[in-house]
Design a protein around this ligand. Structure first.
Ligand code: GCO
Ligand code: MG
Length: 402
């Protein structure tokens, strides 16, 4: 079998997605997600100009060799643009191999280690009452794990707070919007939020919270300690992780479990965090982390240190990445949890898929390959529109981590 052609489908059904389609001379094709939220066309151009011409004529079964060719062969290493492009090729090749062998991708990764993939979803509110209500509604839908975020009095437009009762969706068309931030108000507020949520929802529901890189290590340590009575499943991205050693200080002060990695693009971003056991969950994702091939190695390394996966799964990761993450999560032994922020009805129509949700778990389905299609005619009706993530400023105007 040989790769005959490769093309990109760039569309915006409610939000932007860049999808790679690799077609073989035997008519089998594979799909890969290349979406990098707010920087979509950089990855598209990297693929079109530099990667796709090198694929034609290659054997799509040689996934490892093609990965090394695109990674080492470029000389320039890592970075979100490069790694998302490599990931898209990698996903499409696993999809092709599964279809060619007539088996779901999870079988190529070692087979089922569990029956279903535990997922968590997002609950949001502009205040505590709304957030509690949202957690309860998601629990009633069957979720066993829910992430809770709330507007903080005085910084109501903060991360994770939806506008006009819609699910929270940060990417916005037009130039970046600005939101406000106050660490002091946030730190005083969050324990009250989780006190209310625990009282309303009982002890058994898994609760999660995303700090979104906004605290210094000592502030994060204070938050982790304050949240201990509410036994969170995890505290996410407590501080930026460019300096991996920053997590040592948090770890030394709190037993609240720590998850990080959604902005990582290489195993090396997580190397010290894992080998020092400064984190409990690795949140890298297949699209931004270099594909299934790269993440399998990262997950196997993490397994040695009892670090489990908790892959990123916001709506900016397309259904192709969602499917890849579900096959992956079903197969590996050290799976922890998978984020699930449901796509809109339109996004699901553009990407018909075999995966499903039932009673707190997701299932990749048994279709060969990844089990996702793209309706190209429908996708063509929704052309790309420039969109950005917001930026954040402190109350005095200083730019800070969003
Ligand atoms: C999450 C994330 C998202 C990101 C978004 C950026 O935990 O789901 O933090 O909300 O902000 O995916 O593109
Ligand atoms: Mg996050």
């Amino acid at each position: 079998m040989k790769i005959e052609s490769a093309k990109l489908i760039i569309c915006s059904p409610d939000r932007n997605f860049v999808t790679l389609k690799i077609v073989t001379d035997e008519g089998i094709y594979g799909l890969g997600d290349a979406t990098l939220n707010g920087r979509e066309l950089a990855v598209a151009s990297y693929l079109t100009e530099h990667v796709l011409p090198c694929l034609i004529g290659r054997d799509p079964f040689q996934i490892e060799d093609i990965w090394q060719y695109l990674y080492r062969g470029a000389y320039w290493r890592r970075g979100p643009v490069t790694m998302s492009a490599i990931a898209a090729v990698d996903m499409a090749l696993w999809d092709i191999k599964g279809k060619a062998l007539n088996t779901p991708v999870y079988n190529l990764l070692g087979g089922k280690s569990r029956e279903g993939v535990l997922v968590y979803t997002h609950a949001n509110g502009s205040d505590i009452a709304e957030a509690v209500d949202s957690v309860q509604r998601h629990a009633a839908e069957g979720y066993l794990a829910v992430r809770a975020q709330s507007g903080v009095p005085g910084v109501a437009s903060s991360y994770g707070v939806p506008k006009s009762g819609k699910p929270y969706e940060p990417a916005e068309r037009g130039l970046p919007s600005e939101s406000l931030w106050s660490t002091e108000k946030y730190l005083n507020f969050v324990p009250k939020l989780f006190d209310a949520v625990r009282k309303a929802c009982g002890e058994d529901l898994h609760l999660l919270h995303d700090v979104h890189h906004r605290l210094t290590p000592i502030e994060a340590a204070r938050l982790g300690k304050a949240l201990e009575p509410y036994h969170l499943f995890w505290m996410e991205d407590p501080t930026p992780a460019e300096n991996q050693e920053a997590f040592r200080l948090i770890r030394e002060h709190t037993v609240t479990p720590i998850a990080t990695g959604e902005v990582f693009n290489s195993f090396w971003d997580a190397h010290d965090l894992i080998r020092n056991q400064w984190i409990d969950y690795l949140r890298m994702t297949i699209v931004h982390g270099g594909g299934i091939t790269a993440l399998k190695k990262a997950a196997d390394f993490a397994a040695v240190y009892q670090v489990r996966t908790g892959f990123h799964g916001a709506t900016d990761l397309s259904p192709v990445t969602m499917a890849a993450a579900l096959h992956f999560g079903l197969a590996i032994h050290n799976f922890g949890i998978q984020e699930h922020m449901p796509h809109t009805k339109l996004m699901d129509e553009v990407f018909p898929h075999a995966y499903s949700f039932n009673a707190g778990y997701m299932y990749p389905g048994d279709a060969p390959g990844l089990g996702v299609e793209i309706d190209e005619a429908l996708a063509a009706k929704y052309p790309y529109q420039r969109a950005y993530l917001p930026i954040a400023r402190k109350l005095d105007g200083t730019l800070t981590d969003w």
